[in-house]
Design a protein around this ligand. Structure first.
Ligand code: V47
Ligand code: SF4
Length: 375
């Protein structure tokens, strides 16, 4: 099939087929110049090598404990000032109710991220994790980005390791991939000058991996960055993954401009989204999974993404706020039947996984996770 390709993509195709690692220049070429269908074809080879025809999803629920935030990231529509009309903060009863709502819906995971509240002490965040864990110990708590962990370290004057140990003791099970944005310092300065920089982001994930936690990694694309910043971002992730093997999933996140300071920028289109999935799948050869976060992509692009490198569409996601505040038009959640339909329509086989990619086996309202981790 590849005998008629132009030399640059032919050389890359040969490397992909031989299972060889791609370089920075290969990445920039794929991102800027490669024909999308060839790119997708190559990404699909790697995707099927790693996961066959499976497409993973999970049953989960979100909790954004507060939208009050000391930072002002220019891409964020979710944050609020203390006295804003839209400012909210969960109390303990609300946290417990959200965990119980998750249990009633059969959730295996609660995804927790939010703002950095000016007035809340570390114990508020710690108790929140403990409350969820004590209320529903069967639900895996995937919580806090490095931005939050480094804030907790700042307000307690303790090390990142100490903060994480406290969180693990309270019930933390893994970390989501947020707060990564784009690692390049020049871009980061323009997007979110004061929050945790890339060194801190990597320090937190390295520490999490050393403490036995698995974590995810995101990349926010389609704002002021260029191809070289995106490839640099991926190669930094690939490097830590070579060292620790602690990342599970790479999640490219499409910038949603509505209600943000960058609302003059157009939201990335579906072709850009598919390109990012495919480039991510090809560059991050040491990541097991690439996620097409359906709530952010929309159902149809997420379905296409399952043939452009992605093998996971995230979860049922009840109570999503970050993308809906920024203009996402997707539903705020999906039933398991709808997820099955969506995956089967895309020609893939739905497999329910837990946060750690173990097969979830259900018997009526009861469920358990299989021992083995799914490839
Ligand atoms: O860090 C915020 C991004 C992230 C916008 O690990 C925006 O399984 C686009 O990390 N447009 C939080 N993106 C969400 C996140 C995540 C989502 C789903 C699954 C997982 C996982 C992690 O959302 C932030 C930031 O990069 N974000 N505002 C916006 N306007
Ligand atoms: Fe705050 Fe997170 Fe929004 Fe930045 S992205 S302003 S840290 S809530």
């Amino acid at each position: 099939m590849f005998q008629t390709l132009d030399p640059p993509i032919q050389i890359i195709a040969d490397k992909v087929i031989a299972g060889e690692r791609l370089s920075f220049d290969d990445g920039v070429y794929l991102d800027e110049s490669a024909d999308l269908h060839t790119l997708g074809y190559l990404a699909n080879i790697v995707r099927e090598r790693k996961c066959g025809n499976a497409a993973f999803y999970n049953t989960n629920i979100h909790l954004n404990p507060t939208n009050v935030c000391v930072y002002r990231c220019r891409f964020c529509a979710f944050r609020a000032d203390l006295k804003d009309e839209k400012a909210y903060t969960f109390d303990e009863a609300g946290v417990r109710a959200r965990a119980l709502e998750g249990r009633a819906a059969g959730a295996t995971e609660i995804h927790v991220v939010g703002g950095l509240h000016h007035k809340k002490k570390f114990d508020w965040y710690l108790d929140l994790v403990r409350t969820i864990h004590e209320t529903c110990p069967e639900i895996h708590i995937k919580a806090w980005t490095p931005v939050e962990i480094s804030w907790f370290s700042f307000i307690t004057k303790k090390s990142i390791r100490w903060v994480m140990e406290q969180m693990i003791e309270a019930g933390l099970g893994s970390m989501p991939g947020g707060g990564a944005e784009i690692f390049d310092p020049e871009i980061r300065k323009q997007l979110c000058e004061h929050k945790a920089d890339s060194d801190v982001w990597f320090d937190v994930h390295r520490t999490a991996h050393e403490l036995g936690l698995r974590s995810n990694a995101t990349m926010l694309y389609g704002h002021i960055e260029q191809a070289r910043h995106r490839i640099d971002h991926m190669l930094r992730l690939r490097k830590l993954q070579d060292e620790t093997g602690g990342f599970q999933t790479f999640i490219p996140l499409a910038f949603h401009p509505e209600n943000t300071e960058l609302d003059n920028i157009r939201k990335p289109d579906g072709l850009f989204d598919l390109r990012m999935m495919a480039v991510g799948r090809l560059m991050l050869d040491n990541f097991d999974h690439v996620k097409a976060y359906w709530i952010m992509l929309g159902e149809q692009t997420a379905q296409m993404a399952l043939s452009y490198g992605a093998d996971d569409i995230d979860g049922t996601v009840v109570h999503e706020l970050i993308y809906h505040d920024a203009g996402a038009k997707t539903p705020e959640g999906m039933t398991v039947d709808q997820m099955h339909r969506m995956i089967r329509e895309a020609g893939r086989e739905p497999v329910e996984r837990d946060t750690l990619y173990r097969h979830v086996i259900r018997d009526g309202a009861k469920w358990h996770a299989a021992e083995a981790v799914l490839a």
